[in-house]
Each structure stands twice: as C-alpha cells, then as structure tokens.
Design a protein around this ligand. Structure first.
Ligand SMILES: *Cc1c(COP(=O)(O)O)cnc(C)c1O
Ligand code: SF4
Length: 339
C-alpha cells in the first residue's frame, strides 16, 4: 500500500487539516448518501440536529461501513429522534461545571493540582453523547489578553502541577495560539505537565503535523495526550500514523472512552478497542459511564451492566489494557472509580 492509505486517497492529494475542517459534513442527506442509507431507516431527526448540529469530518465517515444503519461510528454522530425524549434525571450541566467549578472564563478547576482550560468551544466532530453539549461556551471565551490574565492566576497558584488543555477540542486552535499557551505554562516552575484532551488525533488525524508537535512540546514539561476513541473501527492507518508521530514527538498517549449503548457495550468490542489502541501505542486510561446530559439518555449503559463488562474484559486482557471504569459525580474530589 505504499503511498496509499486504506481510504484510497494518496497522501499528497489529501487536503490539509484546515481545509478538511472547512469541508466537514453538516447535512444529514450528504452523510446518508455517502453511506447509502435512508434518513427514516436510521432514525435521523432534523429537530435533534437543530438542537445540537450534526458535524462530522470526511476522514471519520470513511471509516464507517456503508449500508449499515447500526454502524458504531455513525451512531456517535447522527442526530437521532431519541434525543428529543425528555428524561427527568438528565440535565444541562450533568457534572457540575458551572458555578464555583468555573471560577473564571475558560477555566474549570475541580480537582486538586489540576486545572482545565477551555481553549476553544469548537470541535471537529459533534458527538451526540457529549457532556458539554449544552455548555455555555459563549460565556467562556477569552481573548489573547484575557488568556494572559488567566495564566497569571495559575502562575500564582503553586498547588497546580498540571494544566489540561481541553474544550471543545483544543487542537482546533491554531499552532501559534497553542505555542503561546504552552510557553506561558512552561514558564511556571510549579507546573510539571501539560495534558491535552483531544478527539482530533482520532477524527482528524492529519491535524497532527510537525508544526503542531513543535507548538505543544516544551523542553521542561512532560506532555500527555489523552485521545478519545470509543471503537476499534475508529483506528485506521491514518490514525496509526498520527499516533506514531505523536509518540516520536515525545508524547505519552492515553485514551478515554465513553461506554455507549449500541456502540461499544459488549466485551468483544471493548477487548478489541484496547487491543487496537495498544497497537497504536496508546494505553487505555478511563472508560466513562455516560454523563446524564439531556439528549443522550438512549446511550446509557446501566452501572451494573458496566461492571459485568469490566469483569468480563479483565479476564481476557493484560491488566495494563483494562481501563478504569469511572463516573463523574458533581462535587466529588476526583472521578469516582467503579472498577
Ligand atoms: C476529568 C477532569 C480532570 C482530570 O482528572 P484525572 O482524574 O486526573 O484524569 C481535571 N479537571 C476536570 C474538570 C475534569 O473533569
Ligand atoms: S470531541 Fe469531545 S468535546 Fe467535542 S463533541 Fe465530541 S465528546 Fe464533546
């Protein structure tokens, strides 16, 4: 396959990542036509897409199986009629990120030693189960000047040893902005690590360029990249290549997944996910129970079933490939481990 990837598109002919972002699919008819599927058959809802836009890059669509209405990647991005059902225990701020946890624009500080920056509100993909799908990003935007102020606060707080770049998806930001943030963070002697929480290396792997690596690397800081991949089919040759670049660039690679009904809620799917991740040089970190965010109830896997799945995969995988099953409860000092 020299010079060609499984997608059938020669490397040189692929658009750069910004052009790929400009051409993300936002229309259901276009997505379904590419997959040879019928809107009614897959449960698509225009109203659901009106509440939270449909958005998916071509690079991710190419990993879906044409003609399969239950494709695990499609289910993560398709606006579904089930999102409209009202479920009383599901709300708009499921994990307690407003109020005191959001001390200033663009900052979430819940856990000791770690502070999380909302670098941008945008993502390359809109995941239907996203716990921040109702997050007030509009109130959390910072200009470059405001970021300097925010970072000055972190510089004065010696309890912070790790700064997490999150969002939205922080890798939607440009290299220069990321380099600015990392260099200011690197100037704080008490900070040891930068962590980046991003789904972009999975859904838009061409974003992982040498110039991105230059932007996020710092001579004094360790860099941890926590990617977000829920199913083995998300990892194709383009993702393997991106992970290889990240590793050669000195990043420590971890994955967080969300346990999602119909997507990855079986022992074979979870075993294969861990195996494929490790083949890509990524260690499984967290498997999250679904946050109870309005519109996502149909993805819920009951806690008891989740624990049974963990017991089943622990019998089939080396210990280092078994993720920690966690749930995020508002007001707790850490994520709550269930397995
Ligand atoms: C999950 C999370 C972190 C990181 O927690 P770890 O257990 O260290 O991975 C930090 N801040 C916030 C607000 C989080 O939600
Ligand atoms: S990439 Fe992450 S933040 Fe963005 S929609 Fe998906 S789960 Fe939410």
């Amino acid at each position: 396959m020299s010079g060609h990837l499984r997608s059938g598109i020669p490397v040189a002919e692929r658009l750069d990542w910004r052009a790929q972002l400009r051409t993300v699919v936002t229309r259901a008819d276009q997505l379904l036509e590419l997959l040879g599927l019928d809107a009614a058959a897959v449960g698509y809802s225009e109203q659901a897409a009106g509440a939270f836009a449909l958005k998916v890059p071509h690079s991710f669509i190419r990993r879906m199986r044409p003609g399969d209405p239950r494709d695990p990647l499609l289910l993560q991005v398709l606006a579904h009629a089930l999102e409209l059902q009202h479920v009383p225990t599901y709300g708009r701020d499921p994990v307690g990120e407003t109020g005191t946890a959001n001390p200033r624009a663009g900052v979430i500080h819940k856990y000791r030693g770690r502070v999380l920056l909302l670098v941008t509100g945008a993502c390359a993909v809109n995941c239907r189960y996203c716990f921040r799908r109702h997050f007030p990003y509009g109130d959390n935007q910072n200009s470059r000047l405001q970021w300097r102020d925010t970072l000055r606060c972190i510089a004065r707080d010696a309890s912070i040893s790790e700064v997490i770049l999150s969002g939205g998806d922080p890798l939607i930001a440009g290299d220069q902005h990321l380099a600015d943030l990392v260099s200011q963070i690197g100037a704080m002697a008490h900070v040891r690590r930068v962590r980046i929480h991003s789904r972009v290396p999975i859904v838009l792997p061409d974003r992982v360029t040498e110039s991105l690596l230059d932007a996020i690397r710092h001579p004094r800081l360790q860099t941890v990249m926590v990617v977000h991949c829920n199913h083995a089919n998300e990892i194709d040759e383009t993702v393997l290549a991106a992970m290889d670049r990240l590793r050669r660039g000195g990043m420590h690679l971890l994955n967080q997944a969300v346990l999602l009904a119909g997507v990855n809620d079986s022992a074979p799917a979870l075993v294969e996910l861990s195996e494929r991740l490790f083949a890509a040089g990524v260690l499984p970190y967290y498997l999250h129970l679904l946050d109870k965010v309005a519109g996502a109830a149909h993805f819920d896997v009951p806690q008891q079933r989740a624990i049974e799945l963990m017991a089943a995969i622990a019998k089939r995988l080396p210990g280092y490939l078994v993720p920690k099953l966690v749930r995020e409860l508002p007001g707790e000092a850490s994520k709550t481990r269930l397995w």
